[in-house]
Design a protein around this ligand. Sequence first.
Ligand code: HEM
Length: 206
Amino acid sequence: MGVKIYLYPFWLRIWHWVNAILIILLIITGISMQYSNPEYPLIRFDIAVTIHNLSGILLTASYMFFLIFNLGGPNRKYYRLQIKGLGNRLMKQFRYYISGIFKGEKAPFPISEKRKFNPLQKLTYVLTMYIGIPLILITGWALLFPEVIIHNFLGASGLYLTALFHVMIGFFLSIFLFIHIYFATIGKTAASNFRAMINGWHEAHD
Ligand code: HEM
């Protein structure tokens, strides 16, 4: 039996899986609306719109829940970025991921109760949770109530620019999800990080 650290409180696990399901629904319906051929849609257009809108509204509620619990409790500290020396720490972690890990070297920033995320992980979580999600929610709500969008921005349609921006952030969040799931498999065993996000206990490398 290796060492186990309790890192994922109950509220976080509930939020995380609700969030994951909603984001997957949003990505599937979003892709279906973006590329659908009206004759052979992946998902019938009006159904995709309804699921996308409902999931977006629920995601807003689940994001509020995350903000309140994450900013109002001890989990907040794991999301505090220290700018000084950040570049060096990111490089160290990056080098580990492209080389050290394959040579069986020890992780440069092992997980502990004091440090839940390595520097690269922390930066991506901060960018995703504090910039990506708010931007996609704001542009999504604007598209739901397009009368709030300015008509013309530097000669281009405000509606078009908002839609374009919304799709671009959606693209980046989809890339995040792919990378996130891949990295989730490099825990102690391929399944241990997934188990940790279900029962709360992180299984440390020996
Ligand atoms: C099927 C989809 C997903 C799977 C299988 C998954 C898996 C995991 C796992 C195993 C962890 C714990 C270990 C780690 O930090 O890497 C985790 C943490 C996390 N995931 Fe996901 N995830 C998914 C979707 C998402 C999505 C869509 C987001 C956000 C847009 C997200 C954001 C996070 C965040 C912020 C954490 C750290 C939470 C904390 O400890 O404060 N995940 N995920």
